[in-house]
Design a protein around this ligand. Structure first.
Ligand SMILES: [Zn+2]
Length: 446
Protein backbone atom coordinates (compact mmCIF):
# COMPACT_ATOMS: atom_id res chain seq x y z
CA UNK A 1 0.00 0.00 0.00
CA UNK A 2 1.42 3.38 -0.98
CA UNK A 3 1.46 6.35 1.39
CA UNK A 4 1.18 8.83 -1.48
CA UNK A 5 -1.76 11.18 -1.09
CA UNK A 6 -1.98 11.81 -4.81
CA UNK A 7 -0.66 10.28 -8.00
CA UNK A 8 -0.87 12.04 -11.35
CA UNK A 9 -0.50 9.69 -14.30
CA UNK A 10 0.50 11.80 -17.27
CA UNK A 11 1.08 10.34 -20.75
CA UNK A 12 2.91 13.61 -21.42
CA UNK A 13 4.82 15.63 -18.81
CA UNK A 14 7.60 18.22 -19.15
CA UNK A 15 10.39 16.94 -16.94
CA UNK A 16 13.89 18.34 -17.11
CA UNK A 17 14.72 19.40 -20.63
CA UNK A 18 12.15 17.22 -22.39
CA UNK A 19 8.74 15.64 -22.54
CA UNK A 20 7.97 12.12 -21.35
CA UNK A 21 5.25 9.95 -19.84
CA UNK A 22 5.36 10.03 -16.04
CA UNK A 23 3.72 9.12 -12.76
CA UNK A 24 4.13 11.88 -10.20
CA UNK A 25 3.59 10.88 -6.58
CA UNK A 26 2.73 13.57 -4.00
CA UNK A 27 3.22 13.44 -0.25
CA UNK A 28 2.61 16.38 2.13
CA UNK A 29 2.05 18.72 -0.80
CA UNK A 30 5.43 17.98 -2.32
CA UNK A 31 6.58 15.79 -5.17
CA UNK A 32 7.81 12.59 -3.53
CA UNK A 33 8.31 10.38 -6.59
CA UNK A 34 8.84 10.85 -10.30
CA UNK A 35 8.48 7.51 -12.05
CA UNK A 36 7.91 6.31 -15.61
CA UNK A 37 4.26 6.11 -16.67
CA UNK A 38 4.58 2.32 -16.78
CA UNK A 39 5.28 2.26 -13.02
CA UNK A 40 1.52 2.79 -12.44
CA UNK A 41 2.16 4.25 -8.97
CA UNK A 42 -0.65 3.85 -6.48
CA UNK A 43 -1.93 6.43 -4.00
CA UNK A 44 -4.94 7.61 -2.03
CA UNK A 45 -6.11 9.52 -5.08
CA UNK A 46 -5.26 8.78 -8.70
CA UNK A 47 -5.68 11.38 -11.45
CA UNK A 48 -5.26 10.22 -15.04
CA UNK A 49 -4.47 13.01 -17.48
CA UNK A 50 -6.21 12.89 -20.85
CA UNK A 51 -4.28 12.05 -24.01
CA UNK A 52 -4.42 15.69 -25.17
CA UNK A 53 -3.09 17.09 -21.88
CA UNK A 54 0.47 17.81 -20.83
CA UNK A 55 1.55 18.12 -17.21
CA UNK A 56 3.67 21.23 -16.61
CA UNK A 57 5.07 22.68 -13.42
CA UNK A 58 2.96 25.57 -12.17
CA UNK A 59 4.21 28.79 -13.74
CA UNK A 60 6.33 31.24 -11.77
CA UNK A 61 5.57 34.86 -12.63
CA UNK A 62 8.14 37.01 -10.92
CA UNK A 63 6.85 40.32 -12.32
CA UNK A 64 3.35 41.19 -11.15
CA UNK A 65 1.96 44.51 -9.91
CA UNK A 66 -0.89 43.68 -7.55
CA UNK A 67 -1.39 47.32 -6.36
CA UNK A 68 -3.11 46.46 -3.05
CA UNK A 69 -3.34 48.30 -0.69
CA UNK A 70 -3.71 51.83 -1.98
CA UNK A 71 -4.70 51.23 -5.60
CA UNK A 72 -6.87 48.18 -5.12
CA UNK A 73 -9.27 49.51 -7.73
CA UNK A 74 -6.47 48.77 -10.25
CA UNK A 75 -5.95 45.20 -9.04
CA UNK A 76 -6.00 43.30 -5.75
CA UNK A 77 -4.65 40.06 -4.31
CA UNK A 78 -7.96 38.20 -4.70
CA UNK A 79 -8.47 39.10 -8.37
CA UNK A 80 -4.79 38.86 -9.34
CA UNK A 81 -4.34 35.41 -7.83
CA UNK A 82 -7.60 34.18 -9.38
CA UNK A 83 -6.30 35.36 -12.77
CA UNK A 84 -2.98 33.66 -12.09
CA UNK A 85 -4.63 30.36 -11.19
CA UNK A 86 -6.81 30.53 -14.31
CA UNK A 87 -3.64 30.95 -16.34
CA UNK A 88 -1.64 28.07 -14.85
CA UNK A 89 0.47 30.31 -12.59
CA UNK A 90 1.06 29.01 -9.04
CA UNK A 91 3.62 31.56 -7.81
CA UNK A 92 3.76 35.30 -8.24
CA UNK A 93 6.23 37.81 -6.89
CA UNK A 94 4.60 41.16 -6.26
CA UNK A 95 6.31 44.39 -7.29
CA UNK A 96 6.95 47.03 -4.62
CA UNK A 97 5.28 49.92 -6.42
CA UNK A 98 1.82 51.08 -7.38
CA UNK A 99 0.56 49.89 -4.01
CA UNK A 100 0.47 52.56 -1.29
CA UNK A 101 2.65 52.45 0.67
CA UNK A 102 5.32 51.13 -1.70
CA UNK A 103 7.30 48.24 -0.20
CA UNK A 104 10.39 50.24 0.71
CA UNK A 105 10.70 49.31 4.40
CA UNK A 106 9.65 46.50 6.72
CA UNK A 107 6.59 48.35 8.00
CA UNK A 108 5.30 48.69 4.43
CA UNK A 109 5.97 44.99 3.81
CA UNK A 110 3.90 44.13 6.87
CA UNK A 111 1.11 46.44 5.68
CA UNK A 112 1.10 44.65 2.34
CA UNK A 113 1.04 41.19 3.92
CA UNK A 114 -1.87 42.24 6.08
CA UNK A 115 -3.71 43.44 2.98
CA UNK A 116 -3.01 40.16 1.17
CA UNK A 117 -3.74 37.85 4.09
CA UNK A 118 -6.44 35.28 3.36
CA UNK A 119 -6.99 36.50 -0.22
CA UNK A 120 -4.37 34.58 -2.20
CA UNK A 121 -5.33 31.54 -4.27
CA UNK A 122 -1.70 30.87 -5.16
CA UNK A 123 1.63 31.41 -3.42
CA UNK A 124 2.86 34.99 -3.25
CA UNK A 125 6.26 36.47 -2.51
CA UNK A 126 7.33 40.11 -2.44
CA UNK A 127 10.01 42.29 -3.95
CA UNK A 128 11.28 45.23 -1.93
CA UNK A 129 11.91 48.65 -3.41
CA UNK A 130 15.16 50.63 -3.66
CA UNK A 131 14.51 54.38 -3.63
CA UNK A 132 16.57 57.42 -2.68
CA UNK A 133 16.94 57.50 1.09
CA UNK A 134 16.11 53.89 1.96
CA UNK A 135 19.64 52.48 1.87
CA UNK A 136 19.46 51.67 5.57
CA UNK A 137 16.19 49.74 5.13
CA UNK A 138 17.51 47.28 2.56
CA UNK A 139 19.14 44.78 4.89
CA UNK A 140 16.14 44.59 7.21
CA UNK A 141 13.84 44.03 4.22
CA UNK A 142 16.19 41.32 2.98
CA UNK A 143 16.08 39.65 6.40
CA UNK A 144 12.28 39.95 6.34
CA UNK A 145 12.28 37.71 3.26
CA UNK A 146 11.89 39.89 0.16
CA UNK A 147 13.37 38.30 -2.96
CA UNK A 148 15.35 41.36 -3.98
CA UNK A 149 14.88 45.04 -4.72
CA UNK A 150 13.39 46.90 -7.61
CA UNK A 151 14.61 50.28 -8.74
CA UNK A 152 13.88 52.69 -11.54
CA UNK A 153 16.44 54.86 -13.29
CA UNK A 154 13.74 57.28 -14.48
CA UNK A 155 10.30 58.47 -13.38
CA UNK A 156 8.30 55.38 -12.35
CA UNK A 157 4.94 56.96 -13.10
CA UNK A 158 4.00 57.22 -9.41
CA UNK A 159 5.48 59.95 -7.23
CA UNK A 160 5.84 57.80 -4.10
CA UNK A 161 8.41 55.59 -5.86
CA UNK A 162 11.18 57.91 -7.11
CA UNK A 163 14.10 56.72 -9.26
CA UNK A 164 17.73 56.23 -8.29
CA UNK A 165 20.42 58.32 -9.96
CA UNK A 166 23.37 56.42 -11.41
CA UNK A 167 25.38 57.29 -8.28
CA UNK A 168 22.57 56.11 -5.99
CA UNK A 169 22.27 52.90 -7.99
CA UNK A 170 25.89 52.18 -7.32
CA UNK A 171 25.53 53.03 -3.64
CA UNK A 172 22.54 50.70 -3.28
CA UNK A 173 24.34 47.94 -5.19
CA UNK A 174 27.32 48.17 -2.84
CA UNK A 175 24.94 47.73 0.07
CA UNK A 176 23.27 44.71 -1.61
CA UNK A 177 26.61 43.14 -2.46
CA UNK A 178 27.28 42.97 1.29
CA UNK A 179 24.52 40.38 1.75
CA UNK A 180 24.26 38.92 -1.77
CA UNK A 181 21.03 40.79 -2.46
CA UNK A 182 19.55 41.03 -5.94
CA UNK A 183 18.69 44.34 -7.67
CA UNK A 184 16.07 44.23 -10.42
CA UNK A 185 16.12 47.27 -12.64
CA UNK A 186 13.67 49.10 -14.87
CA UNK A 187 16.29 50.06 -17.42
CA UNK A 188 15.40 53.19 -19.37
CA UNK A 189 17.68 56.22 -19.29
CA UNK A 190 16.08 59.47 -18.06
CA UNK A 191 18.21 61.80 -20.19
CA UNK A 192 17.47 59.98 -23.44
CA UNK A 193 13.75 59.96 -22.64
CA UNK A 194 13.86 63.68 -21.76
CA UNK A 195 15.49 64.49 -25.09
CA UNK A 196 13.03 62.36 -27.07
CA UNK A 197 9.84 63.95 -28.42
CA UNK A 198 6.96 64.12 -25.91
CA UNK A 199 4.35 61.43 -26.38
CA UNK A 200 0.98 62.87 -27.24
CA UNK A 201 -1.98 62.03 -29.40
CA UNK A 202 -3.25 58.80 -30.84
CA UNK A 203 -0.47 57.78 -33.22
CA UNK A 204 1.47 54.76 -31.97
CA UNK A 205 4.49 55.79 -34.05
CA UNK A 206 4.72 59.01 -32.02
CA UNK A 207 4.58 57.11 -28.75
CA UNK A 208 7.30 54.74 -29.96
CA UNK A 209 9.54 57.72 -30.81
CA UNK A 210 9.12 58.99 -27.25
CA UNK A 211 10.68 55.79 -25.80
CA UNK A 212 13.60 55.08 -28.16
CA UNK A 213 15.75 51.96 -28.02
CA UNK A 214 18.74 54.05 -27.06
CA UNK A 215 17.05 54.81 -23.71
CA UNK A 216 17.11 51.12 -22.87
CA UNK A 217 20.54 50.54 -24.35
CA UNK A 218 22.13 53.36 -22.37
CA UNK A 219 20.45 52.29 -19.13
CA UNK A 220 21.60 48.71 -19.64
CA UNK A 221 25.13 50.02 -20.09
CA UNK A 222 24.74 51.85 -16.75
CA UNK A 223 23.58 48.65 -15.05
CA UNK A 224 26.39 46.57 -16.58
CA UNK A 225 28.98 49.10 -15.50
CA UNK A 226 27.58 49.31 -11.95
CA UNK A 227 27.45 45.52 -11.72
CA UNK A 228 31.07 45.28 -12.81
CA UNK A 229 32.16 47.88 -10.24
CA UNK A 230 30.17 46.54 -7.28
CA UNK A 231 29.94 42.79 -7.89
CA UNK A 232 26.26 42.87 -6.89
CA UNK A 233 23.74 40.64 -8.66
CA UNK A 234 21.47 42.51 -11.07
CA UNK A 235 18.49 41.62 -13.25
CA UNK A 236 17.26 43.60 -16.26
CA UNK A 237 13.47 43.78 -16.23
CA UNK A 238 11.23 43.62 -19.33
CA UNK A 239 13.85 43.87 -22.07
CA UNK A 240 12.20 45.32 -25.17
CA UNK A 241 15.10 46.71 -27.24
CA UNK A 242 16.96 43.97 -29.12
CA UNK A 243 19.83 46.46 -29.44
CA UNK A 244 20.55 45.76 -25.77
CA UNK A 245 21.24 42.09 -26.45
CA UNK A 246 24.91 42.33 -27.57
CA UNK A 247 25.82 44.33 -24.46
CA UNK A 248 24.11 41.79 -22.21
CA UNK A 249 25.69 38.89 -24.09
CA UNK A 250 29.14 40.42 -23.53
CA UNK A 251 28.43 41.13 -19.87
CA UNK A 252 27.42 37.55 -19.28
CA UNK A 253 30.36 36.29 -21.28
CA UNK A 254 32.53 38.29 -18.95
CA UNK A 255 30.96 36.41 -16.04
CA UNK A 256 29.02 39.34 -14.59
CA UNK A 257 26.04 38.21 -12.46
CA UNK A 258 23.35 39.73 -14.71
CA UNK A 259 20.09 38.03 -15.66
CA UNK A 260 17.45 39.22 -18.11
CA UNK A 261 13.72 38.89 -18.66
CA UNK A 262 11.31 39.83 -21.41
CA UNK A 263 7.49 39.71 -21.54
CA UNK A 264 4.82 37.96 -23.62
CA UNK A 265 3.71 41.21 -25.30
CA UNK A 266 7.19 41.96 -26.68
CA UNK A 267 7.25 38.44 -28.15
CA UNK A 268 3.74 38.65 -29.59
CA UNK A 269 2.87 42.08 -30.92
CA UNK A 270 4.68 44.48 -33.23
CA UNK A 271 4.54 48.24 -33.55
CA UNK A 272 3.57 48.04 -37.23
CA UNK A 273 0.27 46.39 -36.26
CA UNK A 274 -0.77 48.58 -33.33
CA UNK A 275 -3.81 50.55 -34.40
CA UNK A 276 -3.68 54.26 -33.65
CA UNK A 277 -5.58 55.11 -30.48
CA UNK A 278 -5.28 51.52 -29.17
CA UNK A 279 -3.88 52.45 -25.76
CA UNK A 280 -4.35 48.90 -24.43
CA UNK A 281 -0.97 48.34 -26.15
CA UNK A 282 0.81 51.09 -24.22
CA UNK A 283 3.55 49.88 -21.91
CA UNK A 284 7.06 51.07 -21.03
CA UNK A 285 9.42 50.19 -22.54
CA UNK A 286 7.18 49.97 -25.59
CA UNK A 287 6.28 47.20 -27.99
CA UNK A 288 8.68 47.69 -30.92
CA UNK A 289 8.97 46.58 -34.54
CA UNK A 290 8.50 43.03 -35.86
CA UNK A 291 12.21 42.70 -36.69
CA UNK A 292 13.07 43.68 -33.11
CA UNK A 293 10.66 41.04 -31.82
CA UNK A 294 12.34 38.29 -33.84
CA UNK A 295 15.72 39.27 -32.38
CA UNK A 296 14.24 38.90 -28.88
CA UNK A 297 13.20 35.36 -29.81
CA UNK A 298 16.77 34.68 -30.95
CA UNK A 299 18.11 36.01 -27.64
CA UNK A 300 15.80 33.62 -25.79
CA UNK A 301 17.07 30.71 -27.89
CA UNK A 302 20.61 31.73 -27.20
CA UNK A 303 19.94 32.11 -23.48
CA UNK A 304 20.92 35.79 -23.24
CA UNK A 305 17.33 36.32 -22.09
CA UNK A 306 16.65 33.97 -19.19
CA UNK A 307 12.95 34.19 -18.66
CA UNK A 308 9.55 35.40 -19.81
CA UNK A 309 7.29 36.94 -17.17
CA UNK A 310 4.15 39.00 -17.52
CA UNK A 311 4.87 42.47 -16.08
CA UNK A 312 1.16 42.35 -15.29
CA UNK A 313 0.60 46.07 -14.72
CA UNK A 314 -3.07 46.92 -14.55
CA UNK A 315 -5.01 50.12 -13.98
CA UNK A 316 -8.66 51.06 -14.15
CA UNK A 317 -10.23 50.99 -17.60
CA UNK A 318 -10.65 54.80 -17.53
CA UNK A 319 -6.92 55.38 -16.98
CA UNK A 320 -6.24 53.76 -20.36
CA UNK A 321 -8.17 56.78 -21.70
CA UNK A 322 -10.30 54.93 -24.25
CA UNK A 323 -12.35 58.15 -24.46
CA UNK A 324 -9.55 59.95 -26.31
CA UNK A 325 -7.13 57.16 -27.29
CA UNK A 326 -4.17 59.36 -26.40
CA UNK A 327 -0.86 57.52 -25.81
CA UNK A 328 0.51 60.46 -23.86
CA UNK A 329 -2.37 60.49 -21.37
CA UNK A 330 -3.01 56.75 -20.97
CA UNK A 331 -1.44 54.73 -18.15
CA UNK A 332 1.30 52.42 -19.42
CA UNK A 333 0.93 48.76 -18.57
CA UNK A 334 -0.41 45.50 -19.95
CA UNK A 335 -2.37 42.95 -17.94
CA UNK A 336 -1.58 39.41 -19.02
CA UNK A 337 -1.23 37.31 -15.89
CA UNK A 338 -3.95 34.95 -17.08
CA UNK A 339 -2.76 34.86 -20.69
CA UNK A 340 1.02 34.67 -20.50
CA UNK A 341 1.38 30.92 -21.00
CA UNK A 342 -1.00 30.70 -23.94
CA UNK A 343 0.37 33.87 -25.55
CA UNK A 344 3.95 32.64 -25.40
CA UNK A 345 3.03 29.08 -26.42
CA UNK A 346 1.13 30.41 -29.46
CA UNK A 347 4.15 32.33 -30.70
CA UNK A 348 6.68 29.69 -29.62
CA UNK A 349 5.07 26.77 -31.42
CA UNK A 350 4.72 28.87 -34.59
CA UNK A 351 8.51 29.27 -34.49
CA UNK A 352 9.19 25.59 -33.88
CA UNK A 353 9.87 25.63 -30.13
CA UNK A 354 8.74 22.85 -27.80
CA UNK A 355 6.68 23.13 -24.63
CA UNK A 356 9.82 22.31 -22.68
CA UNK A 357 11.31 25.61 -23.94
CA UNK A 358 8.29 27.48 -22.61
CA UNK A 359 8.63 25.68 -19.27
CA UNK A 360 12.28 26.70 -19.11
CA UNK A 361 11.42 30.38 -19.75
CA UNK A 362 8.27 30.62 -17.62
CA UNK A 363 8.81 28.13 -14.78
CA UNK A 364 12.41 27.03 -14.21
CA UNK A 365 14.31 30.21 -14.97
CA UNK A 366 12.11 32.72 -13.10
CA UNK A 367 12.32 30.40 -10.07
CA UNK A 368 16.09 30.19 -10.42
CA UNK A 369 16.58 33.94 -10.85
CA UNK A 370 14.43 34.68 -7.78
CA UNK A 371 15.93 31.86 -5.71
CA UNK A 372 12.67 29.90 -5.37
CA UNK A 373 14.15 26.48 -4.77
CA UNK A 374 10.91 24.47 -4.50
CA UNK A 375 9.11 26.00 -7.47
CA UNK A 376 9.18 25.79 -11.25
CA UNK A 377 9.96 22.14 -11.96
CA UNK A 378 8.60 18.62 -11.76
CA UNK A 379 11.25 17.07 -9.53
CA UNK A 380 11.42 15.25 -6.23
CA UNK A 381 11.34 17.75 -3.37
CA UNK A 382 9.61 20.50 -5.35
CA UNK A 383 6.15 21.73 -4.35
CA UNK A 384 3.37 19.76 -6.07
CA UNK A 385 2.33 22.78 -8.15
CA UNK A 386 1.00 21.80 -11.57
CA UNK A 387 -0.55 23.21 -14.67
CA UNK A 388 -2.59 20.74 -16.73
CA UNK A 389 -2.34 22.16 -20.22
CA UNK A 390 -4.03 21.19 -23.48
CA UNK A 391 -1.57 22.61 -26.02
CA UNK A 392 -3.52 21.82 -29.18
CA UNK A 393 -6.80 23.38 -28.14
CA UNK A 394 -7.28 27.06 -28.89
CA UNK A 395 -9.59 29.88 -27.85
CA UNK A 396 -10.37 33.48 -28.70
CA UNK A 397 -9.62 35.95 -25.91
CA UNK A 398 -12.81 37.40 -24.50
CA UNK A 399 -12.03 40.10 -21.92
CA UNK A 400 -15.22 39.12 -20.05
CA UNK A 401 -13.62 35.73 -19.32
CA UNK A 402 -10.60 37.28 -17.60
CA UNK A 403 -10.31 37.27 -13.82
CA UNK A 404 -8.28 40.52 -13.71
CA UNK A 405 -10.15 43.25 -11.87
CA UNK A 406 -10.07 45.45 -15.00
CA UNK A 407 -10.26 43.18 -18.02
CA UNK A 408 -8.62 45.58 -20.49
CA UNK A 409 -6.27 43.68 -22.76
CA UNK A 410 -4.51 44.06 -26.11
CA UNK A 411 -5.12 40.33 -26.60
CA UNK A 412 -8.89 40.87 -26.93
CA UNK A 413 -10.23 39.00 -29.94
CA UNK A 414 -6.96 37.21 -30.58
CA UNK A 415 -6.88 33.44 -31.05
CA UNK A 416 -4.39 31.80 -28.68
CA UNK A 417 -3.18 28.20 -28.63
CA UNK A 418 -3.39 26.11 -25.50
CA UNK A 419 -5.97 25.90 -22.75
CA UNK A 420 -5.26 25.58 -19.03
CA UNK A 421 -7.53 22.74 -17.88
CA UNK A 422 -6.58 22.93 -14.18
CA UNK A 423 -3.99 24.43 -11.87
CA UNK A 424 -2.76 22.65 -8.76
CA UNK A 425 -1.21 24.14 -5.65
CA UNK A 426 0.66 21.86 -3.24
CA UNK A 427 -1.15 18.74 -4.35
CA UNK A 428 -4.72 20.02 -4.70
CA UNK A 429 -6.56 21.54 -7.66
CA UNK A 430 -7.28 25.24 -7.16
CA UNK A 431 -10.92 26.23 -7.01
CA UNK A 432 -10.99 30.00 -7.40
CA UNK A 433 -14.45 30.15 -5.82
CA UNK A 434 -13.34 28.31 -2.69
CA UNK A 435 -11.38 29.49 0.35
CA UNK A 436 -7.93 30.68 -0.80
CA UNK A 437 -5.02 28.35 0.09
CA UNK A 438 -2.06 30.40 -1.07
CA UNK A 439 0.86 31.06 1.25
CA UNK A 440 3.41 33.82 1.57
CA UNK A 441 6.86 32.88 0.28
CA UNK A 442 10.10 34.23 1.64
CA UNK A 443 13.54 34.25 0.08
CA UNK A 444 15.37 31.07 0.97
CA UNK A 445 12.31 29.82 2.87
CA UNK A 446 10.66 26.45 2.47
ZN1 LIG B 1 6.59 46.23 -14.00
Amino acid sequence: MSDLELVLRAPRAVIGAGETGACIGVRNGRIATVAPLSARLDGARIVELAADEVLLPGLVDSHVHVNEPGRTEWEGFASATRAAAAGGVTTILDMPLNSIPPTVDVAALETKKKAADGKCHIDVGFWGGAVPGNLSDLHALHEAGVFGFKCFLLDSGVEEFPPLSAAELEEHLRELAGFDGLMIVHAEDPVVIEQAPEPHGGRYADFLRSRPRTAEDRAIATVVEATRRTGARTHVLHLSSSDGVPLLRDARGEGLPITVETCPHYLTFDAEDVVDGATAFKCCPPIREAANRELLWQALTEGVIDCVVSDHSPCTAELKRPDVGDFGLAWGGISSLQLGLTAVWTEARARGYALSDVVRWMCEQPARVAGLRTKGRLAVGADADFCVFAPDESFVVDPAQLQHRNPVTPYAGRRLDGVVRSTWLRGAAIDIDAEPRGRFLTRGGA
